[in-house]
Design a binder for this molecule. Structure first.
Ligand SMILES: Nc1ncnc2c1ncn2[C@@H]1O[C@H](COP(=O)(O)OP(=O)(O)O)[C@@H](O)[C@H]1O
Ligand SMILES: [Mg+2]
Length: 627
C-alpha cells in the first residue's frame, strides 16, 4: 500500500487509481465484539443497572449491520461503546480477530451522529472540502483531497447539488435526505475502514431513508467498508438492504445474525411474521414493552420479551462470533495518511470557514448590522444636535449611557449563531478533528473585524448627529470604546453560552447580566451610593461601567457649557467650576460630580482588555471541561 501511495504523484491517471485504491479497505477484514456490557448507577433507584448486557456481534468487510430495537433499548449507547467513545464499558472488541490499540482503532473509524451539524451557509462541495482540510494531514496532497471530495459527491448522488447551499432556517437549501448524505460523506473523507452511524434515517421519509441506506450499502460493498448503523422502524425494502441485524431490547440481545434469518428464527420461536407485515415492524413490536398493560405484574409483553431474550441466550448465539485473540497486534503498521491535521492550519481553516459563513449568513451578519444601524439612526435623531448648554448636559450623559448599554445588550443576538458554531465544534471535537483552543481562537478573531465595522458605522451616524465633542481624536476614542464594549459583550455571550448551551437559558442569562451591568455601572445609582455588596462584588468587574466612564471623560474633559441666564441678568450654573464667573461650566465639573478621574485612558483600556481576556479564558475552560 505504501508503495502505491508514493507512486501516486507520478501521473494523473495513476493518481486516480491509487486514490480509489486508497479509499478501498484492504486493512480491516472483520470487526467483532463479545460480552460488551455497560453498567451504570440507575438515576432513580441508585442500584447498578446494565444499559448493555453481554452483547456479541461480528461484521465482515463490505457488510452493513443494522442495530435495531425500541427507543431506549441502548442503540446509541452501544454505538458509542463500539466506536470507542465510552471508556467505562466491559467486554472485548477485536479487529481481524485481534485486539487493537485504541489510538490505531480511532484512526480506522468514523462516527456519524444522529443530528446533522452542518454549516448552513456553505455549499455541499465546500462542506466536504473543509472536512478534508480539517481532517486530513498535509501529507495528503491537495489534488488528492479534491479527488476524494469529487468521488464522494458522485457516490452519494450529490452531483446536481454540489454547488447548492446546505440551507439555513431562512434560506432554503438541499433536502433533509441530501443533508444526511452530506453528513455521511463528510465522515468518509478520511477513508475510514469502519463507519458507525446513529439513526442515519431519523426524520426522513421512507423514500429518502431507502436512498441513504442503499447509497451507503453500495459504497460499503465497493470499498469493502464495515458499516454499523442504528435504525428505527425501517421500511421492508430498507430493512432488506442490510446484511446483518443486531436486535436489542433493554440492552440485551434478542437476535443477531443475517437479516434473511430473522423471519425463520422468530417462526421457530412460535412468533412468525404475519403475512403482509413488514418483518422489521413485527420484531420491534415483539420486543417493545412500552405499551404493556399496567394492571398485571410483568404484563404479557414483558413476559414475551423475557422468552425471546432467554431463547437467544440458550441457543448459544456463538455461531457467528469469532473468539477474539487477546494480544497486542501489529497488523496495522501502515495507517499512514490516516493521521489528523493537528497544526496551525486548523485555526486558519476554521477562520476561513467562519468567514464564508458570516458574510453569507444573513442572520449572523447583515441582520445584526441592520439592527445596529437602525438603533444608530434612532439615537441620532432622538438626541438630535445637542448643544453646549447646561440644559443638554444630562442628555449627553444619557446618550452615552444608553448607547453603551444598549449596544452591549444587543449582543444577545449573537447567542443563536454562537450555539450553532458550538454544536459543530462539539461534533468535530468528538471526531478528534481539533480542540477547544483552535475553536476559541478562530471564534475570537473572526468577530473582531465585524465588531469594528459596527463600531465605526454606529459612531459615524450617532457621533455627528448628536454633536458630541467635535474633534477627530475624540471621535476615534469614542469608536474605540464602542468596539471594546462590543468585544466584551460578545465575550460574555461566548462564556455564558459555553456554560449553558441552551438557547433560552443563555439568552435569559445574557440579558440578566446586561441588566445587572446597567444597574451597578454608576450611572443609574452613583458608585458612591451603591451598597457594599453591589459595589465590591459587581461594580468593579462591570465592563459597561468602564466604557461609560471612558466615554464620559472623552466627552466632558476639555469642553465647556453655557449656564442658564447670563452675566448681566444673573447666571445659575448646575455644576460649579472655576468658569462660573463667566457663566460657564467646565466639563471637568460634570466628571467630578460622577467621581470620574481624568487622564486614566491607558489604565481603563487595560482593565477592559483584562476583562475580555478573563471572559475568553473562562469560555475556553468551560468548553474544555464540558464534554
Ligand atoms: N449515563 C446514563 N445513566 C443512566 N441511564 C442512562 C445513561 N445513558 C443512557 N441511559 C439510559 O439508557 C437507555 C438507553 O439509551 P440509548 O442508548 O440512548 O437508547 P436508544 O439509542 O436505543 O434510544 C435509555 O433508557 C437512557 O435513558
Ligand atoms: Mg438513540
Amino acid at each position: 500500500m505504501r508503495n502505491r501511495l508514493s507512486a501516486s504523484v507520478s501521473s494523473d491517471t495513476e493518481r486516480q487509481t491509487s486514490n480509489e485504491f486508497y479509499m478501498l479497505n484492504d486493512v480491516v477484514r472483520s470487526l467483532s465484539w463479545s460480552n460488551v456490557t455497560l453498567t451504570v448507577e440507575d438515576r432513580s433507584t441508585k442500584q447498578p443497572r446494565d444499559l448493555i448486557s453481554r452483547v456479541n456481534g461480528r461484521v465482515q468487510a463490505g457488510e452493513i449491520l443494522a442495530l435495531m430495537g425500541p427507543s431506549g433499548s441502548g442503540k446509541t449507547t452501544l454505538l458509542n461503546i463500539l466506536a470507542g467513545r465510552n471508556k467505562s464499558s466491559h467486554g472485548t472488541a477485536a479487529v481481524n480477530d485481534a485486539s487493537i490499540q485504541a489510538s490505531v482503532y480511532k484512526k480506522l473509524t468514523s462516527f456519524v451522529e444522529q443530528e446533522d451539524a452542518l454549516v448552513g451557509s456553505l455549499t455541499v462541495r465546500e462542506t466536504l472540502e473543509f472536512a478534508a482540510r480539517l481532517a486530513l494531514p498535509r501529507s495528503v496532497l491537495k489534488a488528492e483531497k479534491g479527488t476524494r471530495v469529487q468521488n464522494l459527491i458522485d457516490s452519494f448522488g450529490l452531483k446536481k447539488q454540489a454547488d447548492t447551499l446546505i440551507g439555513t432556517p431562512i434560506r432554503k437549501g438541499i433536502s433533509g435526505g441530501q443533508k444526511r448524505r452530506v453528513s455521511v460523506a463528510s465522515q468518509l473523507i478520511t477513508a475510514p475502514k469502519i463507519l458507525f452511524l446513529d439513526e442515519p434515517t431519523s426524520g426522513l421519509d421512507s423514500v429518502a431513508s431507502f436512498e441513504v441506506i442503499s447509497l451507503l450499502k453500495k459504497y460499503a460493498q465497493q470499498h469493502q467498508l464495515i458499516v454499523v448503523a442504528s435504525i428505527h422502524q425501517p421500511s421492508a425494502a430498507t430493512f432488506q438492504l442490510f446484511d446483518k441485524l443486531l436486535l436489542l431490547s433493554q440492552g440485551q440481545t434478542c437476535y443477531f445474525g443475517a437479516v434473511s434469518g430473522v423471519a425463520p428464527y422468530f417462526a421457530r420461536l412460535g412468533m412468525p411474521v404475519p403475512d403482509l407485515m413488514n418483518p422489521s415492524e413485527h420484531i420491534l413490536d415483539l420486543t417493545n414493552t412500552d405499551f404493556d398493560s399496567e394492571d398485571e405484574e410483568g404484563g404479557t409483553a414483558s413476559q414475551r420479551l423475557v422468552t425471546i431474550q432467554s431463547a437467544w441466550k440458550e441457543q448459544g448465539n456463538s455461531d457467528d462470533v469469532g473468539t477474539p485473540i487477546l494480544e497486542k497486534s501489529d497488523v496495522f503498521p501502515d495507517v499512514q495518511g490516516l493521521g489528523l491535521a493537528h497544526d496551525l492550519g486548523i485555526p486558519v481553516t476554521l477562520l476561513q470557514r467562519l468567514y464564508l459563513k458570516s458574510y453569507r449568513d444573513i442572520v449572523t451578519y447583515w441582520i445584526r448590522v441592520a439592527m445596529y444601524m437602525g438603533l444608530a439612526v434612532m439615537m441620532g435623531t432622538v438626541w438630535l444636535q445637542l448643544s453646549t448648554i447646561q440644559k443638554d448636559i444630562q442628555s449627553f450623559v444619557n446618550a452615552l449611557f444608553f448607547g453603551s448599554a444598549f449596544l452591549s445588550f444587543m449582543a444577545v443576538a449573537y447567542v443563536p449563531a454562537f450555539l450553532e458554531d458550538r454544536a459543530i465544534f462539539v461534533k468535530e471535537r468528538a471526531n478528534g478533528l481539533y480542540g477547544p483552543l483552535s475553536f476559541v481562537v478562530s471564534n475570537f478573531f473572526i468577530g473582531l473585524p465585524f465588531l469594528f465595522l459596527i463600531s465605526i458605522l454606529f459612531a459615524t451616524v450617532t457621533y455627528w448627529l448628536i454633536s458630541f465633542r467635535p474633534d477627530a481624536t475624540a471621535f476615534f476614542v469614542h469608536v474605540m470604546w464602542l468596539f471594546l464594549d462590543l468585544v466584551a459583550a460578545e465575550s460574555l455571550v461566548v462564556l455564558v453560552s459555553s456554560l449553558f448551551p441552551n438557547f433560552i437559558i443563555a439568552l435569559a442569562l445574557v440579558a440578566f447580566a446586561n441588566g445587572l451591568w446597567m444597574s451597578v455601572g454608576g450611572f443609574l445609582v452613583p458608585t458612591g451610593s451603591l451598597n457594599v455588596f453591589w459595589r465590591y462584588v459587581f461594580h468593579y468587574i462591570d465592563y459597561q461601567a468602564y466604557v461609560f466612564r471612558g466615554m464620559m471623560v472623552n466627552e466632558f474633559d476639555g469642553r465647556t457649557y453655557r449656564c442658564a441666564g447670563n452675566v448681566v441678568t444673573g447666571c445659575s450654573c448646575a455644576y460649579e467650576s472655576e468658569l462660573s464667573g463667566q457663566c460657564k461650566i467646565d466639563g471637568k465639573a460634570v466628571l467630578q460630580y460622577y467621581d470620574y478621574p481624568t487622564g486614566q485612558l491607558g489604565k481603563t483600556v487595560g482593565i477592559m482588555i483584562g476583562i475580555i481576556v478573563v471572559y475568553r479564558v473562562l469560555g475556553y475552560l468551560a468548553l474544555y471541561f464540558r464534554k
